[in-house]
Design a protein around this ligand. Structure first.
Ligand code: 6GU
Length: 250
């Protein structure tokens, strides 16, 4: 997968060299290109923003640097054999970033991110590129960040761990919270490892019982309990057919 990021803070994307995403790069699963938007400014002050038409507070990012930067990212990608790009525009006004969208993006060969600062990018930029490639305007939650760079790190990590050969154990994201499939609509329950006793705290007996059926039942009950407490909205939108008789007895 090829990733392009255009930003006025390239150093904010340094974590892409670390940990899981860094490993995916080292293994050749990810080809990352971070570009400084100010390379496509031609005035003495490297201006990327201006006052909004119609008035109001804050500044708006200008069309020309974004247009020239994106044209060059696209040309460079195509020249190097990349194809079928998707433009991902991080914005608090976007549609929610979900595990489902992470899976969808992980199946694409080329993602281009445009994290913005200030009040966002002049609308004509999205409108222009939407005529040439699929565009997703995406928010990572109901709060406002100072810029989209942290959102790019979040989305990149969620996507990279789904790429074949990146996570050691493919089964390890099968029962993730929000993963499609079994326990699909439940949060993951608590987990334990050695030692069996710590500061007077024991491991739940069932986990030491070796009884796989009872362990699966216990895990499901704990997942339900945690979901009811932390995310009642997930229970509310679960298909009643997904609950069994024992769930109803809890
Ligand atoms: Cl993607 N960007 C910004 N600036 N704020 C956000 C966000 C994105 N998602 C949630 N809040």
């Amino acid at each position: 997968m090829r990733l392009d990021v255009v930003t006025i803070f390239p150093e904010y994307l340094e974590p892409l060299n670390v940990s899981l995403v860094g490993k995916a790069r080292a293994r050749g699963r990810l080809d990352v290109h971070v570009r400084d938007l100010r390379q496509w400014t031609y005035d003495r002050h490297n201006t990327v923003d201006d006052t909004p038409y119609g008035g109001g507070p804050g500044m708006v990012m200008k069309t020309e640097p974004w247009g020239d930067a994106l044209d060059e990212a696209l040309a460079d990608g195509y020249e190097n054999g990349a194809h079928d790009p998707v433009l991902v525009v991080p914005t608090p006004s976007g549609r929610p970033f979900t595990q489902e969208l992470a899976v969808e993006l992980s199946e694409r060969p080329w993602l281009i991110f445009t994290p913005a600062r200030y009040e966002g990018i002049d609308r004509r930029v999205v409108d222009e590129y939407a005529t040439r490639l699929p565009v997703h305007e995406v928010s990572i939650g109901d709060y406002v960040l100072a810029g989209g760079e942290a959102a790019v790190l979040v989305m990149t990590e969620a996507v990279a761990r789904l790429l074949p050969g990146v996570l050691g154990n493919a089964a390890s994201h099968q029962d993730d919270s929000f993963a499609p499939g079994t326990m699909a609509d439940l949060l993951e329950g608590p987990v334990y490892t050695k030692p069996p006793e710590w500061r007077g705290r024991d491991i739940p007996d069932v986990l030491l019982s070796g009884h796989h059926g009872k362990i699966a039942r216990w895990r499901r009950d704990e997942a339900l309990r945690r979901t009811v407490r932390n995310r009642p909205d997930l229970i509310a939108r679960t298909d009643p057919a997904a609950f069994d008789k024992k769930d109803r007895e809890m």
